[in-house]
Design a binder for this molecule. Structure first.
Ligand code: ADP
Length: 470
């Protein structure tokens, strides 16, 4: 019972402290996470510093000018009176004067006369300030010549009234500053919140963007400032991502489409086998040959797709070494002559060179060009393969006198799964992946791939690889 009462009492006493701590923590948190709050606080601190500086300079300035006026009028008159009555000061009735005391020092600065307590001669500004602070007294100092000797005079004036004025002035400036702050604070706060509103909008919109609404863009209306630039840059990035995403989607859909045809063919033959093939040897053989053909086709397609996927994921490894390009070219010549007897083949290797690269992949790239030349050149046509050095590259050129490529298609043939209408309509086999793969290989060797073509006349593909020495 007592414990709970004490506990309640304690929490009641501690409540205001807890409130203050929570308030401070809240402020700290806002200071950490809110730019608007940071801007407002910085401006307000600056404002307070300015007001305090103004209060200080006005009051010090006031004091300075008042004292100067005082020196020129009252102190000048008083010192004249004192010096005139030297050395008989009994005529002076201090009670009637504005000063509280005066002192006269001889030429060695020893006290000659003191109306009150004797002290140091105050001639430097430091001693004057010291006396103002310690005794609220302003000391006027002056030297004069009398009876053949030099004397020094100090007159002390109480300056409570003047100091009171100084405090009043500072207080007035501070109060008007505080009143100004009441107007200034909300303006600063609302302006800084308005300034960062675009950032808030950006955060909110960005938070909602997913692959399903990837076409959403940030609002770039409004003034030409850094935030607009940021929004535009962000939108440009979204454009690129959207482009890449759409291409990826297109690729997946095209690849599925490419796989659908062989699967449909295989299914057709399996159905046929199921119905008649068991007893009909001719149907059996035809079906097996077709299924074999289509599975080979599918395997080829899947391998190519995997190659491209690996390249996209950066997991494609090139096993590079130094090798003479002539060895690869000779192998290719031998193999091509063996498999192609329908075209007129020419191989001419003018130069040889050492290349640092993946021999098998480079051979694969040349094979892709040669396979295309053989596919797209009617029987009896010419196919020429040449190898030579041009500037810093070793060029492998494959020319043919085939069907050629339309101008519009030239820039698209390196796109994945793209096939020119001509090759589709002529039912020439292929998946539109060969040139994409050749391009990946060439770029993986810091090389170039080029094409020139005239429809119905022929094409010329060049692979260019940097070489080490010839
Ligand atoms: P594929 O030959 O399997 O269709 P590629 O990526 O190798 O795929 O080629 C893409 C397209 O470029 C081909 O479909 C064809 O239209 C065109 N092409 C490539 N090489 C030649 C060539 N030597 N002659 C004519 N057209 C070509």
């Amino acid at each position: 019972m007592i414990k709970t009462i004490i506990g309640k009492l304690l929490s009641l006493i501690l409540y205001p402290f807890r409130l203050i701590v929570n308030l401070l923590l809240g402020l700290l948190k806002r200071l950490k996470f809110s730019i608007a709050f940071k801007i407002s606080t910085t401006y307000l601190i600056l404002y307070v510093i300015i007001i305090m500086t103004v209060a200080l300079t006005t009051s010090v300035g006031y004091l300075f000018f008042e004292l100067q006026k005082f020196e020129e009028t009252i102190a000048a008159r008083d010192s004249e009176n004192i010096i005139n009555s030297f050395p008989d000061f009994n005529k002076i009735n201090i009670e009637e004067e504005r000063y509280s005391s005066f002192e006269i020092f001889d030429k060695n600065l020893n006290t000659y006369y003191s109306s009150e307590r004797p002290g140091r001669y105050a001639d430097s500004i430091i001693v004057v300030i010291e006396k103002i602070i310690l005794y609220n007294d302003y000391v006027h100092s002056e030297s004069f010549y009398k009876n053949g000797s030099t004397y020094y005079l100090n007159i002390s004036y109480p300056m409570e009234d003047m100091l009171k004025d100084v405090w009043r002035i500072s207080l007035m400036v501070l109060i008007s500053g505080a009143i100004g702050l009441m107007f200034f604070a909300p303006i600063v706060s609302s302006t800084s919140y308005r300034l960062i509103r675009p950032i808030k909008n950006m955060t909110e919109i960005t938070r909602t963007i997913t692959v399903n609404n990837i076409n959403t863009r940030l609002d770039v209306k409004g003034t030409e400032d850094e935030l607009k630039e940021l929004s535009e840059t962000f939108n440009a990035m979204l454009d690129r991502i959207e482009g890449g995403y759409k291409m990826q989607q297109q690729f997946v859909s095209d690849a599925s489409h490419e796989l659908r045809t062989p699967i449909a063919v295989i299914k057709g033959y399996v159905d046929m086998l199921d119905r008649w093939g068991k007893n009909d040897k001719a149907v059996l053989e035809e079906s097996i040959a077709a299924i074999k053909n289509e599975t080979d086709n599918m395997q080829d397609l899947i391998e190519k797709l995997l190659f491209i996927a690996r390249s996209d994921r950066n997991t494609l490894n090139f096993t590079k070494e130094d090798f003479r390009i002539s060895t690869v070219l000779k192998e290719i010549e031998k193999e091509t002559r063996m498999i192609d007897s329908v075209h007129k083949l020419y191989f001419k290797f003018y130069d040889d060179a050492t290349i640092y690269g993946d021999k098998a992949r480079i051979k694969q790239a040349v094979r892709i060009l040669l396979d295309n030349a053989m596919k797209y050149t009617p029987p009896g046509g010419y196919i020429m393969v040449s190898g030579y050095i041009q500037d810093e590259y070793y060029v492998i050129k494959v020319e043919d006198t085939g069907i050629g490529i339309q101008k519009d298609d030239l820039e698209k043939i390196f796109d994945r799964l793209y096939r020119a209408e001509e090759s589709r309509s002529k039912k020439i086999s292929g998946h539109g992946l060969g040139l994409s793969i050749a391009k990946i290989i060439v770029l993986g060797h810091k090389g170039k791939i080029k094409v020139k073509s005239t429809p119905k006349k022929g094409s010329e593909f060049s692979l260019m690889f940097p070489y080490l020495d010839s």
